[in-house]
Design a binder for this molecule. Sequence first.
Ligand SMILES: Nc1ncnc2c1ncn2[C@@H]1O[C@H](COP(=O)(O)OP(=O)(O)O)[C@@H](O)[C@H]1O
Ligand SMILES: [Mg+2]
Length: 255
Amino acid sequence: MAQNGHILTVGGKGGVGKTSVSAILTKLLLRDTKRLLLIDADPVISVAYTLGENPEQTLGDFRQTLIEAPARQREIEKRPIKSVIRDLVSTSDRGYDLLAMGRAEGKGCFCGVNELLRFGVESLCGEYDTTLIDCEAGIEQVNRRAVHRIDELILVADTSQRSLESVVKVRNIAVDYNEDRPIETHVVINRVRNEEDRSRAGQAVRELGLEVAVFVPEDGNILDYNATGRSLLDLPEDSPSVVALAGLLSAPVAV
Ligand SMILES: Nc1ncnc2c1ncn2[C@@H]1O[C@H](COP(=O)(O)OP(=O)(O)O)[C@@H](O)[C@H]1O
Ligand SMILES: [Mg+2]
């Protein structure tokens, strides 16, 4: 996968495994990415918790402060917005930086503030080799609140027909927002239990005009780690989900 300000976004329907996939990709990217920024774009914070982090401040809380205290806004406007956003980023001792988006727009929010913050987030991404964004269901709010540009979109679905169909919807929204910039998409089918699941999902995705990049098996370790609150960064290297997703990162770049 390409580097240098590269923005990778993980999208798909709710509950299909986006956060787990994002956490495992973080683990894998840390193998050879020097500067990695992880953006938790789920308002209730998810990938951060899955990795054992508890961010103290979120972009959403900061946005609310700006709305409620216009004097604060004027003070902020004196500094480059990128450095203001940087103050909200925490550095994990596991080797990556983390920005939590937090709550969505609150009362009294107006476009100007959102635009300013989004510009700040997008400029900050340029300081990292790779930015990985874990979305809530859908990706609209990522475009509105985090970045306008996505270089690579990882579409996650499980083997249910509804989640497979949602992959196309999410892809179309992303392409639309990305305007004329190219977007590389990879379909990840998660929680594959057997060969039958695999061939049925593969066929359904082909019928939707896409190809599956990786099939991730049902992995008991993910369930165990999530149940006991252990960080998915500590999953064994030979855990089936880790092995499968390593194949995604080592795949040749399709244009
Ligand atoms: N490959 C997998 N094997 C087993 N359980 C999984 C797998 N992927 C996700 N899960 C479980 O599915 C649930 C939803 O996953 P999550 O990553 O939170 O989805 P999303 O972010 O799309 O809402 C979690 O309980 C997680 O432990
Ligand atoms: Mg999630």
